[in-house]
Design a protein around this ligand. Structure first.
Ligand SMILES: [Mn+2]
Length: 295
C-alpha cells in the first residue's frame, strides 16, 4: 500500500494541473563513489519516504500556495520488472500526462526514470528543451543504457537534442563523459557561474542553451544539488547549487517556458538520517507543481 502526500489535495486526477507519481525504477547502476560500488537494489520506496516526510512536516509553498491543483497518483507498479518493462511503464505514464496537458512529476527510482521521461518528451513534443540538474553529465558513449549514459542515449531520440539541453551543476566528470561532452556539445552551466556572474546572468545563459523552444522538461538527479542540503545520494560531491538557487532559476524559467514536467532520482532513504533529502525532494515537488504557466 502506498501513502499519499496530503499537500496534494486535488481530489481527481482529471481536474489536476500537476500530477505526482512514484516510480521506483532500479537497475541503471551506480557510480563509483565514497560509498563503494554496488548493484544491490534499494529496500525502501523513495516516493513514499518523501510523502511521509512531507506529511510529518507539512507546509504551503514559499508563496503560500496550497496543493489544490496537485493530484498524487500513488506509485507505478515497476518493482520486479525487467529494465525494458520498467521503461515502458514509466514512459507510458509520462506520455499520458503530457497528452492530457498536465504537468507530470515523477519521483524515482534510479536513472531509468530519466530515460523513460525523456523518451516520452520526445514522443509527445517536437519543441521541448531539457534542463538536466546533475553533478555528472551522464553522457558516456556506452552502448548499454546506464546511469552514466542517459543523455548519450536520449540525444539519439528524434526530439531530444544536445543543442536544446542545459546540464546544470556539473562538477564531477570522468574521461569517458568528457569525450561524450566533446562529441555532443550540450549546454553546460557550472554552479560556480552563480557566484561569478550572478543568478540573473545564469538564467540568461540557461535560456540561450535551451534555445528557441516553447517547452522545457526538468530532470533532477539529486546529487546535482549541494550535498549539505541533499546528503542522501549515492555520489555526493561538493560545490553544487543550493535548493533556493534552483528554485529561483525554475521561477525564472516558468516565466518564459511551459514547464511540462520533472523527474527526480537517486534519493537513497537509508542514508537520509536528518530527513533533509526527503524534505528537499518534497519541497521541490510542491514548488514545481505550483509554478505558474507563462503569460
Ligand atoms: Mn549524478
Amino acid at each position: 500500500m502506498s501513502s499519499r502526500m496530503r499537500h496534494a489535495s486535488c481530489p481527481e486526477e482529471s481536474q489536476a494541473r500537476a500530477v505526482l507519481f512514484g516510480a521506483n525504477t532500479q537497475g541503471a547502476g551506480f557510480s563509483e563513489s565514497a560509498r563503494g560500488k554496488s548493484d544491490a537494489p534499494r529496500k525502501l520506496f523513495t516516493a513514499d519516504v518523501v510523502r511521509d516526510a512531507d506529511n510529518e512536516s507539512p507546509s504551503l509553498t514559499e508563496l503560500l500556495e496550497d496543493g489544490a491543483s496537485l493530484f498524487d497518483a500513488g506509485n507505478l507498479p515497476v518493482e520486479g520488472l525487467a529494465a525494458n518493462e520498467q521503461l515502458a511503464v514509466v514512459h507510458a505514464r509520462f506520455v499520458e500526462l503530457f497528452r492530457a496537458g498536465q504537468r507530470a512529476i515523477g519521483v524515482g527510482g534510479d536513472h531509468f526514470i530519466k530515460y523513460a521521461a525523456l523518451s516520452a518528451v520526445s514522443e509527445v513534443f517536437e519543441d521541448c528543451a531539457v534542463l538536466y540538474v546533475d553533478a555528472h553529465p551522464d553522457c558516456a558513449q556506452n552502448e548499454a543504457l546506464g546511469f552514466d549514459s542517459i543523455l548519450h542515449h536520449a540525444w539519439k531520440l528524434p526530439h531530444i537534442r544536445p543543442e536544446r539541453t542545459c546540464i546544470f551543476g556539473v562538477r564531477q566528470v570522468n574521461a569517458r563523459e568528457r569525450d561524450g561532452l566533446r562529441a555532443w556539445r550540450p549546454g553546460v552551466v557550472a554552479a560556480t557561474e552563480l557566484v561569478e556572474r550572478g543568478l540573473p546572468a545564469v538564467l540568461e545563459m540557461m535560456a540561450a542553451q535551451l534555445g528557441d523552444v516553447r517547452r522545457v522538461f526538468v530532470s533532477v538527479d539529486l546529487d546535482g544539488l549541494a550535498p549539505h542540503e541533499v546528503p542522501a545520494v549515492e555520489a555526493p560531491y561538493p560545490g553544487g547549487p543550493t535548493f533556493r538557487e534552483l528554485l529561483v532559476l525554475l521561477r525564472g524559467l516558468a516565466r518564459r517556458y511551459e514547464l511540462v514536467g520533472m523527474d527526480v532520482s537517486e534519493f537513497i532513504p537509508e542514508l537520509d538520517t536528518a530527513r533533509l533529502t526527503a524534505l528537499v525532494t518534497a519541497r521541490l515537488v510542491k514548488e514545481f507543481a505550483a509554478l505558474p504557466a507563462p503569460r
